[in-house]
Design a binder for this molecule. Structure first.
Ligand code: GBH
Length: 504
């Protein structure tokens, strides 16, 4: 008995020490800062076409890679698909009514490429155009600003059959599609987001194969898909600048996902490892687009070295020509970040045995067992990470307006009294407020909660729910209801900040 107690005590001391080293949790305070966001701060909610629309073959829509991928055995945890999803294709007015109740000033949604161009290129589908005209007019007549993502992972299958994001021709196809979008909707839309999280497409779509199109190639194809996405983004940015900016006066940006990386210990090795992690994760896209027109130096040297030791004639990390670098550098009007969680990072020389993006960075990452869980294995509740991330971005990529284009948390239940989600939003939003008021980050201009609705969570199907609003997925009417977190968010939005009434 005594022995057991001594062990427990030892474990306790050990844990305290480990926590003590990291520093960040102790610096984090649960105290709420009362204060207001800037007057013109944008408050929104976000969704994506494949996750909510359903109507997978309605009105002439073509097939996309998620239509095809979800039909394959074992790809989606509960065997489901977005065939019907929240039925937003038919019920978009209900979605907008919920946005009105939440009192948000903006709605971020994505356009399904296959609705507009059933084959990915060529023939335009007028009914697809009409759907988004209707949606945009419903949004605008409710005094809500539409923020439109051009690509949130649902590539037309005919383009995948040509190689998808691995074939450089995709750059032209994406540009042609984007021109249609700007022409048709640009008079009514002020903010476009070209790509959502190109890292996910690269690492999961063409790396591990966990996401559509299910291609495996984490050592090489991931880098190629990233390269083509960066170029496609840059071309579309310049297309808007050259042909639409003058008459439409809008902005074009990109949404990049980012985790905060904490060194696992305070050794120099781990501090450098955490910085390297940020570079391989965010800098992969952020550095070429926001800063230099080229990949981060640390990526260049590590992947080049490993590739040559592995016997590759050229680096697995592609290169930009000088003209391409010029095109890519600074090719965004604002930075969208999708932020959810934090990782701890340790230095680990992974050698050259494994040909993988995950080995190239010489890191391992993990999460602290003590951090609160969510309904997703990768998502621990770490409010301080948002503030650290915003400060890191401001230091490393200064001068860009920042929109948090996604932030939110999942549970498995979808219960209406979702107290964990209230906790999450309360503390993340408060850290965002601290970053503006206390750290002076005036470039933080807006925030979009992920998500308006419980929806199709990719390979997790309907098992992980992120909504501010519940959706009854077994009801043919897909009835929806605002959760307690939705009402909480509405109060913060309406008060434009924190006051005692808002949070009690
Ligand atoms: C976003 O991606 C998407 O844009 C959105 O569509 C989605 O619904 C939402 O988040 C919620 O997931 O390799 O198992 O450790 C979030 C991006 C997804 C990035 C999970 C990190 C780690 C998974 N994140 N991923 S794992």
């Amino acid at each position: 008995m005594l022995f057991k107690k001594q062990i427990m005590f030892l474990l306790f001391v050990l844990c305290v020490n480990i926590n003590g080293i990291s520093g960040t949790v102790e610096d984090y305070t649960d105290d709420i800062l009362y204060g207001s966001f800037p007057e013109d701060f944008i408050w929104g909610a976000a969704t994506a076409a494949y996750q909510i629309e359903g109507g997978w073959n309605a009105d002439g829509k073509g097939e996309n890679i998620w239509d095809v991928f979800t039909r394959k055995d074992g790809t989606i945890i509960d065997g489901s698909s977005g065939e019907i999803a929240c039925d937003s294709y038919n019920k978009y007015k209900e979605d907008v009514a919920l946005l009105v109740k939440l009192n948000v000033t903006a709605y971020r949604f994505s356009i399904s490429w296959s609705r507009i161009l059933p084959n990915g290129f060529g023939e335009i589908n007028p009914l697809g155009i009409q759907y988004y005209k209707n949606l945009i007019s419903e949004v605008k007549s409710s005094n809500i600003e539409p923020v439109v993502t051009l690509y949130h992972w649902d590539l037309p299958q005919p383009l995948e059959d040509l190689g998808g994001w691995l074939n450089p021709d995709i750059i032209t196809y994406f540009k042609d599609y984007s021109r249609i979008i700007f022409t048709e909707f640009g008079d009514d839309v002020n903010k476009f987001i070209t790509l959502n999280e190109p890292r996910q497409t690269s690492v999961k779509g063409y790396g591990t194969g966990e996401f559509a199109p299910g291609v495996q190639g984490i050592g090489d194809k991931s880098y190629i898909s990233a390269h083509n996405q960066i170029l496609a983004h840059a071309k579309v940015y310049h297309l808007y600048q050259n042909e639409f900016k003058e008459s439409q006066g809008g902005q074009v940006g990109i949404s990049l996902n980012i985790h905060w990386a904490e060194p696992a210990t305070d050794t120099t090795e781990d501090i450098l490892a955490a910085e390297r992690y940020m570079q391989f994760y965010f800098g992969w896209f952020g550095t070429p687009i926001l800063l230099t027109g080229d990949y981060p130096e640390i990526m260049r040297s590590l992947v080049d070295d490993k590739s040559s030791q592995q016997g590759f004639l050229t680096s697995r990390l592609p290169s930009f020509t000088p003209q391409e670098s010029l095109l890519v550098k600074g090719s965004t009007d604002f930075l969208g970040i999708n932020f959810y969680t934090t990782d701890k990072v340790s230095n680990l020389d992974e050698g050259v045995d494994e040909i993988s993006y995950f080995a190239d960075d010489n890191n391992i990452q993990f999460q602290d067992e003590d951090w609160y869980n969510s309904g997703s294995s990768w998502l621990k509740i770490t409010p301080w990470g948002l503030r650290n991330t915003l400060n890191w971005l401001n230091q490393n990529y200064p001068g860009y307006d920042i929109y948090i284009t996604e932030n939110g948390v999942s549970d498995k239940q979808g219960n209406l009294d979702d107290l964990t989600r209230i906790y999450y939003y309360k503390h993340y939003l408060n850290q965002m407020l601290r970053s503006i008021l206390e750290d002076g980050l005036t470039t933080v201009k807006g925030y979009f909660a992920w998500s308006l609705l419980d929806n199709f969570e990719w390979s997790s199907g309907y098992t992980e729910k992120f909504g501010l609003c519940y959706v009854n997925m077994t009801d043919p009417e897909r009835r929806k209801e605002i959760k307690a977190s939705g009402r909480f968010y509405q109060k913060i939005v309406s008060a434009n900040g924190f006051n005692v009434e808002t949070i009690c």
